[in-house]
Write a protein that binds this ligand. Structure first.
Ligand code: UD1
Length: 423
């Protein structure tokens, strides 16, 4: 079992390059099933979640090739021999359900294990299913799996999502891209990753309009072709490095970012008094202004362009060392405070009341053994370890590898004291 050992670090300095977005590449890889031709995806991050998606594509009969050095990934799904997403792979990653929309559109049938609960919440898929039903699919649930069938093909339909679910929006757009007629999705998610998926589909010959707004219109086409596409930079990775820089009183340059995607995190960081995050020619500069102390601020996670739930844990690490009280309210997932117990072990003063965490800033954190309870919780503990007295040992780091590529290497290059050890 591997773990990270992190020790109090000097202020981070230097330049870091952000990789392609995890949450953009996963639906885009699923969308490659919509064509028989080869699709080439550039800047695909070498993450364990991407490897799981690759294994699922292979299990269905698609051929994949990757060039890790140059960061491209190609998929040719000329022959899909199976319609069943294997349970062993699906159970590793909830995003495996993103295969359902594309496979249903391509084959007219798909059998997918019902995603179970995961650490951060129960994460049901009824909104995805509502969309598939509106497109004419029949749904049967038996023995823990869902079978979707559309024997005579999917037909365009109108769907209003009760909540702007990212995954449901993506799944419905993919299914609708080969449906007969026009599909309109209202109250859909507006995350940048939805826009990236729409750009990819349109490059394949689809007709998707309005991505990035609350209403998307998809005019089904008869077939889609192969294409080449570069994945957008990962805004969550960029936000994590910004917080790391500010926490260590550092000054770093962050390359390969889309500045607009970072506005919710930049606004909150700049509110803390000590952070100055600015746009630069090559990306962004995130630094700490020494003369002030960290001011406690309140954050509330919301769908984009609100504060991202995927940066809530990392931002909380910073707030633990603030002066005064901060309130962090989680509105997207029902159980995303698992890092709180671990941060408390490091000396943080945090109380949970319903969906809010109330943080009283402390003067210092102290290193100890902790566990990454989920992906972003793991990142938060690493950031805390960079400021804590003594050594912090973080276990269960496979969670971190799901979403951060070369995390410790990138941090080390900036001067962080972190190593990966095999227990
Ligand atoms: C995606 C991201 C994840 C991010 C989340 C919110 C990927 C691979 N993952 O997850 O990193 O934290 O968006 O920004 O892109 N819900 C339902 N019913 C449904 C679908 C969702 O109740 O049918 C609920 C979920 O339980 C959750 C909330 O809606 O509480 C948000 O989920 P959703 O936007 O679907 O997130 P994901 O696509 O799973």
């Amino acid at each position: 079992m591997e773990k990270f050992v992190v020790a109090k670090s000097q202020p981070l300095s230097g330049t870091v390059r952000i990789g392609g977005s995890k949450n953009a590449v996963l639906p885009i890889l699923a969308a490659t099933l919509l064509t028989r031709q080869t699709c080439v995806v550039k800047d695909a991050p070498a993450l364990s979640d991407v490897r799981v998606m690759e294994e699922i594509l292979n299990a269905l009969g698609a051929r994949t090739k990757r060039d890790a050095e140059n960061g491209w990934f190609s998929v040719t799904a000329d022959d899909i021999s199976d319609e069943e997403i294997p349970y062993e792979l699906a159970s590793k990653m909830r995003a495996s359900f993103l295969i359902a929309g594309a496979l249903l559109a391509r084959k007219g049938v798909v059998k997918a294990p019902l995603p179970g609960g995961c650490a951060i919440g129960s994460r049901p898929v009824e909104l995805h299913l509502k969309g598939f039903t509106a497109l004419g699919a029949r749904i049967e649930q038996e023995h823990g799996s869902i079978t979707l069938t559309a024997k005579n093909g999917l037909k365009g339909g109108r769907i209003y999502l009760d909540f702007p679910s990212v995954g449901a929006t993506e799944n419905i757009i993919m299914a609708a891209s080969l449906a007969d007629g026009v599909t309109v999705i209202e109250n859909c998610a507006v995350e940048p990753e939805i826009v990236d998926l729409a750009n990819f589909l349109n490059a394949m010959g689809a007709d998707v309009r309005g991505a990035g707004t609350g209403g998307v219109r998809v005019k089904g086409v008869e077939r889609l072709d192969g294409c080449e596409h570069t994945i957008i930079p990962d805004r969550i990775e960029a936000g994590t490095f910004m917080i790391a820089s500010v926490m260590t009183k550092g000054d770093i340059e962050i390359e390969n970012v889309v500045w607009d995607h970072l506005k919710p995190i930049v606004a909150k960081l700049n509110e803390t008094n000590i952070a100055r995050v600015e746009q630069t020619e090559n990306g962004a500069r995130a630094r700490c202004v020494e003369s002030h102390s960290i001011k406690g601020v309140d954050i509330k996670t919301m769908p984009y362009p609100g504060f991202p739930t995927d940066l809530q844990a990392q931002f909380m690490s910073l707030l633990c060392l603030s002066e005064g009280t901060s309130v962090v309210t989680e509105t997207v997932f029902e159980n995303r405070f698992m890092h709180v117990g671990e941060l408390r072990r490091m000396g943080a003063d945090i109380k949970i009341e319903s969906h809010s965490a109330i943080i009283e800033g402390v003067r210092k954190l102290t290193g100890c053994k902790v566990k990454a309870t989920d992906l972003r919780a793991g990142a938060a503990l690493i950031l805390s370890g960079l400021r804590a007295e003594g050594e912090t040992e973080i276990g269960d780091i496979f969670h971190v590898d799901r979403g951060y590529c070369d995390f410790e290497e990138k941090l080390k290059k900036l001067g962080a004291n972190i190593k990966r050890v095999n227990e």
